[in-house]
Structures are given as structure tokens and as C-alpha cells.
Design a protein around this ligand. Sequence first.
Ligand SMILES: [Zn+2]
Length: 108
Amino acid sequence: MSLPEEFLKTQKEKLESEKERLMSEISKLKKYPDYGDRDEDNTQEIVDYEKNLSVEDSLKQSLDEVNIALKSIETGDYGQCRKCSVEIDRELLEVMPSIDLCSKCQKK
Ligand SMILES: [Zn+2]
């Protein structure tokens, strides 16, 4: 399979800006919240910190997917389903550049 150079270039740009966005989101989350020294402030800090941790997890997962997609552009495997190796619809790739499953495998 071969995707046009121009298409890959656009996808790469999308992935790179997505990567930047995710990394800045993650770095924002890393800061431990500090609302004050009252008991209710401290409780809220812990609640928000734990919330941040789960958000951070999902952001990191998205970042992993973006990195994998970027790598696959370099190796020439971009746009292939990781399960059945079929070509992923280009329309789907345009909307979700880091997707690595075809529409059939996603439904499973
Ligand atoms: Zn598939």
C-alpha cells in the first residue's frame, strides 16, 4: 500500500501539533494544586490531584498513540490496521490521525 507523500506530510503535521498539545496539557497537570491551608482546601487539593492523575493517564495514552503513529510514518506502515493489516480509510485518518485500527476492527 502507498499513501501519497502529500497526505503523509499533512498527517505528520497534525500528529506533531497534537503531540505538542498533549505534552503541554500533561505539564500543566503535573503541578500539585494549592488552594490554601484550610482543611477543606487540602481536601479539595487531594480530590483534584487524583482527578488529574486519571486525566494524565488518558493524555499519556493518547500521546503514546500519537508517537506510534509518527513512528509508523517513518517506517512506512502508516495507515495500516494493526490487527488485520488492511488499509484504514483515508477519511478516518484525516479525522483521527493517530488511529491504528480499521473501522471493522474498532467495532469488535
Ligand atoms: Zn482491521
